[in-house]
Write a protein that binds this ligand. Structure first.
Ligand SMILES: O=P(O)(O)OC[C@H]1O[C@](O)(CO)[C@@H](O)[C@@H]1O
Length: 389
């Protein structure tokens, strides 16, 4: 790890025992089994899932079938990787391509009856209907009674720590629950100052997971809109299911409905967000690049133009963070701003750490973390709020 880190080398899936290896060797097979058990898939889909299971464990990476609408794009992105072992390719590409192949196996892109059926929907639904969400929605009534600065702090914190609840991470790591949490870089004061100076702002939020993460994201956007810090907001989600629980437009609607069914503040928030959507004050969008196996530095011109209109873009989660800074083993003291200078708007990254990539730490913080036996890079117990003006 130390040697690779010094070089800023790309994360590769290879060596047994590394985090990237464990995702491919342990998390992906478990996920295929869970998806297979969650639906009465017909024999064709079952065979395709079994074949993917076998290929990821022992085989060579296969291309998408001829005729896949996005086949040419994935062939170009997979050039040099297709035909190799899953355990000798860049981690970001391998994970992203795995999810694309899983959607192919279950017939998500059709034609046929399973077209558009989200293979992760049962897991997302269970979470949305669970007691954790119920408690978190009820807590909004308490937050509403706090002074504004404390509401700001509580709601930004909820959006940050909501990122722990991604269902892919929970497959392999288990729920970190209320175990000790640590914010290891905190630029939130700079973010609030920037927003105050630029008000009324246009706030973009690039979402990560549905359910327990998306609800606090929606609540934060509502808070910025109702307190007048934001005049408009834009919510970017994924156009298709991805990385298990990543939010799609359907998940946004499910979250709004879940909030609307709850008593008190949660339902009021849902009503306001619904109205903001209908009036265009809140815009929901889903760009195909959100599901590309590429860093944000390679974003297409139309997305760059869109994001350039933001007063600030709030970028959520671990995968988005890897794509922001590049999925490389940078020295952890590399400044966040150095790696994200290309981004077309001011930027706030809210991320709980769930993989080896870490940047933007002070030498003192890094020394403290390295002296602790906790696997701070991957445990989901440590978080960063990085702001780049
Ligand atoms: O939902 P997030 O925060 O993007 O995390 C997605 C998962 O993908 C990874 O980035 C890599 O598997 C994990 O670290 C994380 O569990």
């Amino acid at each position: 790890m130390e040697k690779a880190e010094a070089s800023g080398a790309p994360v590769i899936t290879g060596a047994p025992g590394t985090f990237a290896w464990s995702v491919l060797a342990e998390r992906h097979p478990a996920l295929i089994r869970q998806v297979r058990d969650a639906f009465p898939y017909p024999p064709g889909q079952q065979r395709a899932l079994d074949a993917l299971q076998e290929e990821t464990a022992h085989g060579l990476i296969q291309p998408l079938p001829p005729g896949a609408a996005d086949g040419a794009r994935w062939a170009a992105w997979g050039s040099g990787h297709i035909g190799r072992s899953w355990f000798e390719v860049p981690f970001l590409w391998a994970e992203s391509y795995f999810y694309r192949r899983l959607l192919e196996a279950v017939g998500y892109f059709g034609p046929g009856a399973w077209q558009g059926v989200d293979p992760f929907a049962p897991f997302k639904r269970a979470e949305l209907n669970g007691s954790a969400v119920e408690g978190e929605l009820a807590a909004l009534d308490e937050v509403a009674r706090l002074p504004l600065a404390e509401q700001d702090h509580a709601l930004l914190g909820a959006a940050l720590w909501g990122n722990r609840a991604d269902l892919g991470f929970l497959i392999s790591a288990g729920d970190p629950g209320t175990a000790g949490t640590h914010v290891v870089a905190d630029d939130s004061a700079l973010f609030w100052r920037h927003l105050a100076d630029a008000s009324p702002a246009t706030v973009y939020l690039v979402a990560d997971n549905a359910g327990r993460e998306l609800i606090p994201d929606l609540v934060l956007l509502d808070h910025l809109l109702t307190t007048g810090r934001a005049a408009r907001a834009v919510l970017h989600v994924k156009p298709t299911p991805y990385y298990v629980s990543d939010a799609t437009p359907a998940d946004v609607l499910d979250c709004l409905r879940r909030m609307a069914e709850a008593p008190g503040r949660a339902a009021e928030t849902a009503t306001r967000l619904w109205s903001a959507l209908t009036r265009g004050r809140l815009r929901l969008t889903a760009h195909p690049f959100s599901c590309a196996p590429l860093p944000y530095a390679a974003m297409p011109a139309d997305l760059r133009t869109d994001l350039a209109a933001a007063t600030v873009t709030v970028v959520k989660g671990d995968l988005n963070y890897r794509r922001l800074v590049g999925d490389n083993l940078w020295p952890a003291t590399t400044p966040f701003a150095t790696l994200t200078g290309y981004f077309p708007s001011p930027l706030l990254a809210l991320r709980t750490l769930k993989c080896d990539v870490a940047v933007g730490l002070t030498p003192a913080t890094l020394a403290t973390l390295e002296s602790d036996p906790t696997p701070w890079r991957t445990a989901g117990t440590h978080a960063v709020l990085h702001f780049r003006p």
